[in-house]
Design a protein around this ligand. Sequence first.
Ligand SMILES: [Fe+2]
Length: 193
Amino acid sequence: MQLTPQQYNEVVEPPVEVAARCAELLPHPGVLDLAELEALAGAIAADRSLWEPLVVVDPHRRRYRLMYEDGRIDVWVLSWMPGQGTGYHDHDLSNVGLACAVGEVVERQMLLPTGASSVTMTPGVTRNGPPGYIHSVAHVDGAPAVTIHAYSPPLVRVGQYRVDDAGILRRSVEHGRQELLDSSIAAIDPDRA
Ligand SMILES: [Fe+2]
């Protein structure tokens, strides 16, 4: 199936009520650290009434909807259907906390010289990552699987990784709100897919 990426300029404002309820969960007015982001994502994932209105079922595209944003954080709900995955990427300067709300996804973190970690995320499982770590997330089960992602500072840029024709790992900079597709490493090294 041909997957078409969602474009960064398709992001819409979060519903006012959703944003207000997310704001109530923020622990303080500063930049959030890894533990705070992971806890926030987990708290939102545990409250179905908060994220369910933003779930989008689309077999062609991994849909993401903005739940909350301000100058130091943005929070997203992602809807994953079969075949949808990010490929390897980093979050540039942002810390991230993520949580599974429904269904199942797999998170992999690239390990050198070969391989990758693999963590199955089901409801109740939360993860975090610092600026610059390289990971991927992909759908495993659920129609859709739903995950919550919180970034601080806000996700302005991401680095997407692919292997070029000479076998060299390349990082391309993308808009932080551009949907990422797995068009890179999986075909060359399935162990890291
Ligand atoms: Fe990510």
